[in-house]
Each structure stands twice: as C-alpha cells, then as structure tokens.
Write a protein that binds this ligand. Structure first.
Ligand code: CTP
Ligand code: CA
Length: 217
C-alpha cells in the first residue's frame, strides 16, 4: 500500500528569503556596502525548501554560490530590494536575512566623480526600512522573520526591533562572538518571539533548519 510522500511543515507555502548585502552607489565605480556574504540567508532559503516550501530568494551581490534549484531575483540597492519584496509581499512567510544598508547617498552621480571635485563629505539619506514596511502591511496569517545584528545589549536591542517592526520572530546575532556573524560558516543566534527566547548554535545550515523547525513544527 502506498501511504504517500512525507510532507514537510512548509509544504505548499510560499516563502520569500532576502539575503546578502545591498550596494548604495555614489557613482558607477563607488558604493557603500557591508561584509555580508549571503551565507545565512542562503541557509535559510535551502532549509525552507527542504521543509517543502516554494522559495523565492531575493539577493544582493553574494560572495558564495547561490542554489541553482531555486527561483531567485538579483538586486543591487535597498530601493531595488524594496521593489522586489513588494512584488512578493503576499508570501506566507518572509525572512529578511539581507544586510540592508541603512543609508544611501543623497545624490547618485551617473559619471565617475573626480576626486578633486568631490569635496570632503558625502551627504546621506535614510533608506526605507523594508521589514518595518512589511510589519505595517502584514497579511492575515503571514509570518514575518527578521534578523538583528548587535554588538551590545543583544536581547534588549533585538526585542525592541521585534516590537517596533511588528515582526513575529527576530533571529539575533551577537557580533562580538568570534565564530558568529558576517561571512562565517558557524553562527550563534537567539530566536526571539512574543513567547520568549531560545538559543541555537552550530553551522549556519544546521541553525537554519533548527530555527525553521522550531517555528513551523
Ligand atoms: N532591515 C530592513 N530594511 C532596512 C534595514 C534593516 O528590512 N532598511 C531589516 C534587516 O533585514 C533585518 C532587520 O531589519 O531583518 C534588522 O536589521 P538591523 O540592521 O539589525 O536593525 P536596524 O533596524 O537597521 O537598526 P540598527 O542597524 O540601527 O541596529
Ligand atoms: Ca541596520
């Protein structure tokens, strides 16, 4: 007798994962960015897929190979990322693992700026907080998962992001740890929700699976 295939907890669910850094161009050859590799986001995307989800990976410039068996959308700036996320904002689950730039140059030049003409300051403006926008526009039953990068007061700062952004979960990274954070293969995170907190450590791959199993089991 055929019993049927084993179904994962995310079977039939649309999951959007953002990963990697954004780049905010000053001119065609210069930009503001951060050291995000995309590893944690890709681990989350693969984990969601292995639990049965229909995954869309929206990613900035990655330092690692992206999965070739997954629908993906490539972006550069925070503004691009916001546009792409809005297009997929009806997803059942959205995981904001991208290291989104908080600032972008007030003016972007289409030609390379000559250093003698540049002056000694670059005027910046704030970018859209995409997770906060998703929190304000949350769909019925949608699950919003954000990350938090902190170098101090991890629990306090990450809890405040959970509330301020109306996220259901925040995965908090302590950047002070040697084996955790940007571009490492391992990580140590705290999963925060309104129900409390739980710690996970190990490879980013293992953490991604364990965190999603904890949330969706
Ligand atoms: N995030 C976002 N849009 C931004 C900035 C951040 O969607 N413009 C998301 C990140 O993808 C992450 C969460 O918000 O899921 C927290 O990002 P983090 O940089 O830790 O917090 P911020 O709210 O930007 O605050 P700060 O950098 O000042 O600590
Ligand atoms: Ca930030």
């Amino acid at each position: 007798e055929i019993i049927g295939s084993v179904k994962g907890p995310l079977e039939g669910k649309k999951v959007v994962v953002t990963a990697g850094p954004t780049r905010e161009h000053i001119d065609p050859v210069r930009f503001i960015s951060n050291p995000s590799s995309g590893k944690m986001g890709i681990a989350m995307a693969k984990a969601a897929q292995s639990l049965g989800a229909d995954v869309t990976l929206i990613h900035g410039p990655l330092s690692v190979e992206k999965p070739d068996d997954m629908h993906s959308v490539s972006i550069t700036s925070t503004a691009d990322l916001f546009e792409a996320v809005k297009e997929y904002s009806d997803a059942d689950v959205i995981i904001m693992a991208a290291a989104v730039s908080d600032f972008t140059p007030a003016e972007t030049f289409t030609h390379k700026v000559k250093k003698d003409d540049a002056g000694d300051a670059i005027l910046l403006k704030r970018t859209q907080d995409i997770l906060a926008w998703l929190g304000e526009n949350k769909k019925e039953g949608q699950v919003l998962i954000g990350f938090a990068m902190e170098t101090e007061n991890l629990v306090e700062n990450a809890t405040s992001k959970l509330k301020k952004k109306n996220a259901d979960y925040i995965i908090a990274n302590a950047l002070t740890e040697e084996d955790a954070g940007f571009a490492t293969d391992t990580n140590r995170v705290l999963l925060l929700s309104k129900d409390g907190e739980q710690q996970f450590e190990g490879t980013k791959t293992d953490i991604a699976i364990e965190v999603l199993n904890t949330i969706f089991r």
